[in-house]
Write a protein that binds this ligand. Structure first.
Ligand code: BDR
Ligand code: CA
Length: 309
């Protein structure tokens, strides 16, 4: 199983991405690092703990808390979309215990990069602050990582926070600039691709109805806000931004990729510039295959009963 580190700011679609990853036998989620983005980092970490307590993945990934804000500007969150608590503001999550002396995100990223080198895939689902800080600390170790699959950017399509910028890039453009300038093996999953990964509300409801229980009702509860806002914005369903990045990390053949040289503008714009490619960009995706695959793995039903017992 391929070792994966997920850097995330949960977030409704981050939560769906984590559940999808935990149900994917091709990968081993060794560590999850949190970062400020959709919500402040303490809330992002609480949300991760809520999801861990709900799903109880085995083995339990190492959890590490990351940056509390962008490198050079104030944090802008996305609570209009995700809710004040980042997970749809459901009233009744069980309390989570404070993390006992957890390591910091930068040292976990560096440690896994040194240990696994080419075998490691980093999946970045939030602003790139933690990665930029890890690069500052040990660029050589990061340079030996096999793949960095990052959700973010709007290359040839309009942005979702400004006409030209996507949320993750716009929150910390200085960090994104450093990551793109570092020569890492970046595989970018921008809005160009994720807007093709539209999850219909009816499809989600039908899937969850097949596996009734606490997990299904929680997923239904926190996803409902995502559908409501998306439909209010005139969308046909919820764009699975972060789950698509996990899907492409597991199976790159889901996408059509284009080598490109990108620079990050001052507001987080992903700008095409001349020169040798510094990343590959997911442009087209096999939407039907991805959505089917995602729904199959989101919420597994109870294990089949042993016929001999
Ligand atoms: C990205 O922004 C966040 O709100 C989502 O979690 C996703 O990572 C989409 O632009
Ligand atoms: Ca995210």
């Amino acid at each position: 199983m391929a070792p994966i580190l997920i850097d995330t700011d949960p977030g409704i679609d981050d939560a769906l991405a984590l559940l999808f990853a935990w149900n994917s036998p091709e990968i081993q989620v060794e560590a999850i690092t949190t970062v400020a983005g959709n919500v402040p980092v303490d809330i992002a970490t609480t949300n991760l703990q809520r999801l861990l307590a709900l799903r109880k993945p085995v083995p339990r990934p190492l959890v590490a808390v990351g940056a509390s804000g962008p490198l050079a500007r104030a944090l802008t969150t996305a609570t209009r979309y995700h809710g004040e608590d980042g997970l749809g503001d459901l009233p009744d999550w069980p309390d989570v215990a404070p993390l006992p002396g957890s390591p910091d995100a930068v040292s976990v990223i560096i440690d896994l990069a040194r240990r696994h080198e080419r075998a490691l895939t980093i999946v970045a689902l939030g602003p790139l602050t933690n990665l930029a800080l890890a690069l500052k600390e040990d660029a050589a170790a990061l340079g030996r990582v096999g793949r960095v699959v990052a959700m973010g950017g709007a290359v040839d399509v309009p942005g979702n926070v400004t006409p030209t910028a996507e949320f993750n890039m716009s929150v910390d453009p200085e960090a994104a600039h450093r990551v793109f300038a570092a020569g890492l093996p970046i595989e970018l999953v921008p809005l160009d691709a994720t807007r093709q990964a539209m999850l219909p509300r009816a499809g989600m409801r039908a899937t969850l109805a097949r596996s009734p229980g606490l997990l299904a009702s929680r997923i239904q509860g926190f996803s409902e806000r995502g559908f409501r806002i998306a439909h209010g914005d005139g969308e046909q369903g919820m764009a699975l931004h972060d789950p698509l990045a996990v899907g492409l990390a597991i199976d790159p053949s889901l996408g059509k990729w284009e080598a490109a040289r990108l620079a990050i503008g001052p507001e987080g714009e992903t700008l095409r510039i001349n020169g040798a490619p510094n990343c590959r960009v997911a442009k087209g995706i096999d939407s039907n295959r991805f959505i089917r695959w995602f729904l199959d793995r989101l919420c597994p039903g109870p294990a089949p009963r042993d016929a001999s017992s």
